[in-house]
Design a protein around this ligand. Structure first.
Ligand code: NAD
Ligand code: MG
Length: 397
């Protein structure tokens, strides 16, 4: 019998949807996993609860105020060192005492610590797709240079990964792969008319029919920007091009994606829409462990449906594909403008149907330059956010 190594894990974004799902899998396997560090933005109460249960060596909050509040609550737990700020985030992500880092901070804020984990050669469980979308080639170059093991956690990319020979995930041609079939749920507004889309609320956008997720990705699913970001993510992870990837709406969210081969075979990974499956796959890979997910009852589900995405009603998918084709800093600008537009929509300051036009205008107003350094990417991110905010103010609802 092979005995598995005990993994020491750092979770960036521990209080979020992916973070809590990761801890739920970890909780089931105390013999396999220990928690080295947990990080969160400002949710002190939730972090305190997690620290009491998982006893990490470090707990990192985004700012000093939150860290002070957490230290007070944790005064009975001197083994936990509470830190704050971006530098501390990078420090725990690269700490030699952890071998596995779950990258589950949402948005561009996740790029620096995820990169720190990559540069330190960790097993990086990549949920934070925005980091890869922003910095694509530089990110993958850093992976190659350090020998980090990046395992996809996004359910579609984890499915594709499971359907490929593990030694050929970046050599799809060599593996005889002819197409990647990326599935999409279609989101909560799949059947809404263009007119109905103008009146949807943040609460409706966040009520995803199949998945329970953080607010930002829920809105991205509703606009189909999530699929656009995933198209770019797949191109970088699997070293392929958008021409090789077809997006199909599959409202049941049971087939998480498929890979087509030259001999006519199509391999699919199926499962209930529960992120603990891809998370457990990444945590234990190449072994399989109990994820706490109920067995899939295919025969009760009975049928699968498919349709093509409607790019007229959901232009974000097209905008993402175009930004990838443009290359350079365009995907970073797309991502920054989307983050600003989604935040404004969630705050009631922008209509849902205005999200794509804010992104399109920001892309049009920003010069694309080669993405030759992370500094260039961060500078473009800042520039694009300022432009997007201006546009948002102009059309305040
Ligand atoms: P979430 O909003 O539920 O959680 C985000 C976490 O990041 C929280 O712990 C929060 O405290 C932390 N955080 C937010 N801003 C921060 C900042 N500026 N500095 C430090 N920490 C910060 O988000 P989520 O749904 O768990 O998604 C996390 C990532 O995983 C996203 O990139 C998302 O696209 C990706 N993802 C999520 C799902 C899902 O089912 N939720 C599926 C696939 C991919
Ligand atoms: Mg996904």
């Amino acid at each position: 019998m092979v005995t598995s190594v005990k993994r020491s894990i750092t979770i960036l974004g521990a209080t979020g949807s992916i973070g809590l799902n990761t801890l739920d899998v970890v909780r089931r396997h105390p013999d396999r996993f220990s928690v080295h560090a947990l990080t969160a933005s400002t949710s002190v109460e939730s972090m305190a609860e997690l620290c009491h249960e998982f006893r990490p060596r470090y707990a990192v909050m985004a700012d000093q105020q939150a860290a002070r509040a957490l230290s007070e609550v944790l005064s009975d737990l001197p083994s936990v060192t509470v830190l704050s700020g971006k530098e501390a985030l990078g420090q725990v992500a690269a700490d030699a005492e952890a071998d596995t880092v779950m990258a589950a901070i949402v948005g561009a804020a996740g790029l620096p610590p995820t990169l720190a984990a990559v540069r330190a050669g960790k097993r990086v469980l990549l949920a934070n797709k925005e980091a890869l979308v922003m910095s694509g080639k530089l990110f993958m170059d850093a992976v190659a240079a350090s020998g980090a093991e990046v395992l996809p956690i996004d359910s579609e990319h984890n499915a594709i990964f499971q359907c490929m020979p593990p030694d050929k995930i970046r050599n799809t041609g060599g593996a005889g792969i002819t197409r990647i079939l990326l599935t999409a749920s279609g989101g909560p507004f799949r059947t809404h008319s263009a007119e109905a889309l103008r009146h949807v609320s943040p609460a409706e956008a966040c009520a995803h029919p199949n998945w329970s997720m953080g607010q930002k990705i829920s809105v991205d699913s509703a606009t189909l920007m999530n699929k656009g970001l995933e198209l770019i993510e797949a191109c970088w992870l699997f070293n392929t091009t958008p021409e090789m990837i077809e997006v199909h709406v599959h409202p049941e969210s049971i087939i998480h994606s498929m890979v087509e081969y030259a001999d006519g075979s199509v391999l699919a990974q199926l499962g209930s829409p529960d992120m603990r499956t891809p998370i457990a796959n990444g945590l234990a890979w190449p072994e399989r462990i109990d994820a706490g997910v109920a067995p899939l009852d295919l025969f009760r589900i009975g049928q699968f449906n498919f349709e093509r995405p409607d790019l007229e009603r959901f232009p974000c998918l097209r905008l993402a594909a175009e930004a990838f084709q443009q290359g350079g800093t365009a995907p970073a600008v797309l991502n920054a403008a989307n983050e600003e537009a989604v935040a404004a929509f969630l705050a009631g300051k922008l209509g849902f149907a205005d999200i794509p036009s804010i992104i399109e205008q920001t892309l049009a107003a920003t010069e694309v330059v080669p993405a030759d350094s992370f500094d260039t990417i961060f500078a473009k991110d800042t520039e694009a956010r300022a432009l997007a905010r201006e546009q948002i103010l102009r059309r305040a609802v």
